[in-house]
Structure formats: C-alpha cells, structure tokens
Design a protein around this ligand. Sequence first.
Ligand code: ACO
Length: 371
Amino acid sequence: MSYSPGLKDIVAAETRLSHVDGEAGKLVIGGYPLEGIAERATYEEMAHLLWHGSLPDAAALDRFAGELAAGLALSGTSIDILRNAAKERRPVIDAVRMTVASLPSTDDAADARSLVTGLPIVVAAYWRLLHGKEPVEPDPVLGHVANLLYMLHGEIPGDERVRALTTYLNTVIDHGMNASTFAARVIVSTRSDFISAVTGAIGALKGPLHGGAPGPVISMLEAIGDADNADDAERYLRKKLESGERLMGFGHAVYRVRDPRADVLSRAARSFFADEDELYALALHVEKTAIELLEEYKPGRRLQTNVEFYTALLLRGLGLHPDLFTPMFATGRVAGWVAHCMEQRSVDRIFRPESRYTGIESNRWTPVEDR
Ligand code: ACO
C-alpha cells in the first residue's frame, strides 16, 4: 500500500459540486466558471445550485429563499451558550462552533436549512453579545446576506455592501476536497448527522493553514504599514521567511498559479478603497514583494496569492473586525459543506484509510512501581 502524507494526489470522492484546476487557475462551481457567477448570483441562488444541481427560476427561488428564511429561531440552549461564551470572552469562531453543535438535529433537509440560516444568526448574535448589545432578530423582508449585515449592525445595509459580501460568500461557497469539507464528509460517512458534520468542519476551518489565515494577513499589513517605509515590506517578509514562518495569504495545496478567487475578491475589495487608500496600495506592494521573495526562498514551488489575502482586504473594506473573518468564511462555506454532506449521504460509504505502523511490537508490561 502506498503512503501519501496529507492524502496528497489521492482522489477520495467524486463530486459534481466544484472543480479546482490548480495548474490553469480555474474554479468551476456547480458547472459555472467562478468569474461568471460569483459577482452576479445571490447566495440563495448559489445554495440552490449546489443542493439541487441547477439555478432556480423565479418561483423556485422564491420558494427556496422562503424555506431558508423560515429555517430557524435559536433555541434557549443555543442562546445560553452564546451568552455564557460572551461572558467568558471566547473567540468568535469557538463560540460559533459550540453553538452550531447545539442546533437540534432532526432530518437532513431540516438540518441543511438550519445550518445555512443559523450560521449568520449565530455569528451576528455573538458579535453583538460580545459588545454588550442584544441580538437583532432577522428581518423576513431582507435576503440572506442583507440580513446578516442587518443582524450584525442593526441597520439596513446599502446595496453595494450587500453585493460585495454576497460576492465574497459566493466565492468561498465550495472548493473541492479542502480540509474542512473532507472533515464534514468523513463525519457523514459514518451515517452521523449534518449538524455534527458542520461542527467538525468549523473545527477544521479555523486553523491558520486553512480559514484562519485572513486575520493574520491584516496583522501583517498593519505591522508593515506601521513602519511607514516601503522597503520595510521586504525586510519584514524576509525576516519571516528566514525564521521559517509562512506568509499568510500565499501558497495553496492545489493552485500553482494565482488563486482565481483572489481576482474576484480584489475587484470587489477595490470598490471600498479610494484609489489613494494607503492600505490597498500597501497590500499591492506587499503582494508583489511576497511573490518575488517566495520564488527566491522556495524556488520552483510556484507560491502565489491565495483567496485569504483579498478576503482580508474585502472584509476589512466592509468594516468587519478581523475576529469575524473566519466566522464569515464559515458562513459562506456552509452551503457547500451541506451540499457535500448530501453527496456523501448518497454514496453511503464509510471513510477508513489505512495507517502505516511505525512503532515497536515487542514491549512487555511492567507494573507501575517497577517503571
Ligand atoms: N510561506 C512560506 N512558505 C510556504 C508558504 C507560505 N505561504 N506556502 C508554502 N510554503 C512552503 C512550504 O513550507 C514548503 O516548503 P518545504 O518544501 O521547504 O517544506 C513549500 O513551500 C511547498 O509547499 P506546498 O506543498 O506548495 O504547500 P502545502 O500544500 O504544504 O501547503 C498551504 C499549502 C497550507 C496553504 C501553505 O501554502 C500555507 O501554509 N500558506 C499560508 C497559510 C494560508 O494562507 N492559508 C490559506 C490557504 S487558502 C484556504 O485554505 C482557504
């Protein structure tokens, strides 16, 4: 049996949901090239596409959006978890993971709706509780993404902000067999429920090598910006690389060229920064310098900008705090996780790879007093 660390190059599932072409830098979601759909569709349309295999007509969209909106009011248990977590100042993504775990599981269809409707409610409610404010109830007249911003800030958001956040959530909705999606599929493969699967997926997403990267991207830009000298970008990045650290927002397990999601998000982010905005200009400079240095330090590895670099800028442009970046990623990815849960359910085959034993086999028992 061959051993592939990280299951690299192993095909673990078939999917019709998304295709990542790492050499060409192409991402196809539900049959549509990313750049043809992410900036146009609503989140509800994208979820329908992934769950039902096609974009809905007007009547089907109305019905689907209505079913989602009717999805959930948080139970007393979930609210208690949020309030207690806020008292203990738990990180947002941990409070989200705990609260998602508390959602009642009934059947797959109801769980799917609860998860997609529930994540924005949980994120927004926790953010408000953390800042001494009461949660805002969703407004049934608003769409999914407008509601998310409304529940966060307590104000009806403008169209431009809704469009930009929708583009972000659509862009990250699905991405092949990434670590969090794989985690969700492994859990469903045991015939466990979708709530458990998405709870596990959130745990996988939060790591800095996956969805935890955009917060550190902003910290990096701020640290370089503080130095108010463009040469410091190079000095700062070199120091990181020489101490063996990874540059957040660069490199990808699959892409060997620029992540196509970075292009979509940089377009969306640009509209929130006037041309002369220092942070955006600094980001462009840091991006260029980082790519040159990565080629110097890791020649031939073809490390390029990934989705998280421009996620950080776009979400920052929308006025969101970095602590909300990974929870926002989860809010976008959740419909994709659920779609994979549905696919995995129909496959109904438990994941059980082998491991290669590297320990010894001849130890003999010694009583504790003799060790
Ligand atoms: N900075 C410095 N070195 C890097 C970086 C980076 N951002 N990315 C990869 N490398 C190095 C690796 O350490 C490895 O070096 P080595 O061969 O000397 O050990 C070499 O480049 C090749 O790595 P890959 O095989 O291309 O990358 P891998 O598949 O192992 O990791 C990952 C991919 C985890 C995304 C990595 O690029 C990374 O840590 N990036 C920074 C964190 C980040 O931005 N994460 C978000 C990814 S996007 C997403 O998950 C939504």
